[in-house]
Each structure stands twice: as C-alpha cells, then as structure tokens.
Design a protein around this ligand. Structure first.
Ligand code: FES
Length: 189
C-alpha cells in the first residue's frame, strides 16, 4: 500500500483502476459504490487527492460537490498526507469526559504537532476524529484501524516512544504496540 508522499503525484495503477471500475456493478445503483471507491483510493494513496475525488465521482455518477460533501463528512477520509503512524484521537463526548484533551495535549507536547499536522520526518501525524465506537474504554486513539484504549498521558508518551524506535513495517509496529497496551487494564492514573 502506498503512503502519502510516495503516491502524492501518482495516478492509480491499472490493476486498481480495474477494481474500481468493477465496484459500481455490484450495487443496485452505482452511486452505492462511492464509499468503497473512496476507501480503496485512500488505502492506496494514504489520503484522497482532488484527482481521486474526481475519479470517484466519474465512476459513480455522483456530482463533484456531493463527493466533496461525503469526504468532508466522514473523518475517516483525509485530504492531506498522513504520517507513517497516523494518530487519531477521539474527541467525542465519552472520550472527552475521560480526558481526550489531555491525550491531544500530550501528543502535541511529545511531537510538536497540532491536529492536522505531520512531523517533519513524516513519522507521525495527528488528527482529532469522531466517535470510534469504543466509548466505554475512552479516551481512545486509533492508528490505522487499531485501537489504543483507556489511555493516560503516560501511556501515550510510552506509545510514541515505542513507535519512534520501531523500524518494522507500520502494520507490524502498530500490532506489536497494541499487544503492549491491552484495552482492559488499570484505568487512568
Ligand atoms: S466517544 Fe470516543 S469512542 Fe465513542
């Protein structure tokens, strides 16, 4: 899977285009394929470029303004390149009550980036996202669909240090880090 800068100026390969063209045929109305197409394009590029949104609109017959509305509505879609480890901190009510602002502040302090920004080395990026569906174990943070729950500032510092040192592939590093941070354990200090 390509990421951020690597694919920033590229067009999707023919193999992906073939998959994307097939998707609308699986839905009663081809516009039903809009989310899967956007998701596949983001998985390939790491974010959605304007050309990706244009392509998704062309393949599904959805007007550009409506494609843009969808992309801006769902926080899972990104319009900017993300880091090797894209940190998504839930900002909804349960996580907020349990201290999500402290989690964001800790990431800012550790990495020197605000939501929407990426570290200069491209290793980490930070976003505030909507409910991750894990409201009982907030504050919660997602990295590439893997959850880190019941977080505290100390745990976040430890998580960042762990990922900073890990030179394996992002998926391996995130999985290993997740094993070190089981969701059900001692809550906030
Ligand atoms: S409010 Fe954070 S996971 Fe639902």
């Amino acid at each position: 899977m390509s990421r951020s800068g690597e694919a920033a100026a590229m067009e999707p390969p023919e193999s992906l285009l073939a998959e994307l063209r097939a998707l609308p045929t699986r839905y009663p109305q081809k516009r039903g394929a809009l989310l899967p197409i956007l998701t596949a394009l983001q998985a390939w590029r790491g974010h959605l470029a304007p050309t990706d949104m244009k392509l998704a609109g062309e393949l599904t017959g959805v007007a550009p303004a409506d494609v843009f509305s969808v992309v801006t509505f769902y926080t899972m879609y990104r319009q900017q390149p993300v880091g090797r480890f894209p940190l998504g901190v839930c900002r909804n009510i349960s996580c907020w009550v349990n201290g999500s602002e402290r989690i964001v502040a800790t990431v800012k302090e550790q990495l020197g980036i605000a939501p929407g920004e990426c570290t200069a080395d491209g290793r980490f990026s930070l976003e505030e996202v909507e409910c991750l569906g894990s409201c009982g174990t907030g504050p919660c943070l997602e990295i590439d669909s893997r959850y880190f729950e019941n977080l505290t500032p100390d745990k976040v510092r430890e998580l960042i240090e762990r990922l900073r040192r890990d030179d394996r592939s992002p998926s391996e590093a995130i999985l290993e880090a997740q094993r070190a941070f089981p969701a059900v354990e001692e809550r906030r200090s």
